[in-house]
Ligand binder design. Sequence first.
Ligand SMILES: C[S@@+](CC[C@H](N)C(=O)[O-])C[C@H]1O[C@@H](n2cnc3c(N)ncnc32)[C@H](O)[C@@H]1O
Length: 277
Amino acid sequence: MLALVVTVPGSEVEVASDMLWALGVMAVEERAVDVDRSETDDGLVELWTTMGDDPHQVARAAEGFPSRWRWHTIEVDESVAGEWRRHAVPSWITPDLVVVPAWVEEPDQPGITVVRIEPGSTFGLGDHPTTVLTLRAVSGVLWPDATVLDIGCGSGVLAIGAALLGASYVEAIDVAAAAVPTTEANAELNGVAAKIAVSNRPLAEVEGTFDVVCANILAPVLIDLADHLRRVTSPSGVLVLSGVLEGAHDHVLDALAPMQVVDRLHREGWAALVLRH
Ligand SMILES: C[S@@+](CC[C@H](N)C(=O)[O-])C[C@H]1O[C@@H](n2cnc3c(N)ncnc32)[C@H](O)[C@@H]1O
């Protein structure tokens, strides 16, 4: 398995971790670097993560890092990289909606919707604050038989949650190759494969409009996609965005004008925004 190691000054650990999370990683481990402190006044920290095994995809993601950060990839033993799986627990999205790691036993309970997810090498175990916020917001605005577009589906957690909650049809897209088979397998696992179409189709090529559009992606990507996000949200529809930081997302809203924010949800410094035309 390919690990990505990003070396940053200690003062930039938080911003670097946020950037990695928003790029779609599932876990980030911090390791202090034992180097001559004269190199930097606040110590260097290595952030270890994985972004799948395609070195070109990793290199493309790393193009967005500031040039002062150093990064390299390294082959690691999969059993060590998979240690986090032993600690994975269900994530409650609302009192009646829970995302459960596929290998964790969670008995069915009446009235509780359970989304079972095997993320593989994709993002979306359901525990990241932005996933929780997006799925919570989607569950709040969804109506029976609504159509849904999930942009940046990762493991498919949002698409599958929407399908289980009553959406009639869900289109799920992602630029990452691994997201397609992973979302398809998770849709099958949850018995909603017939309702979900998954592909690597770019948003620019998605035709028509959807009742609910969700995108949990880094702010610069949301800004790049803004014209299409407006286009694919039906006139009476709802756009749910996350992957943006609480108190630092006005530039995203500016790009989406004249759509208006009708709700904001916050958790651990992250925000989800609910917009309408
Ligand atoms: C933070 S993850 C979100 C995964 C999942 N939807 C969730 O909420 O847990 C962001 C996902 O967006 C994908 N992505 C990034 N840029 C994209 C783009 N321009 N179009 C579609 N997907 C994109 C990444 O590959 C990644 O899977």
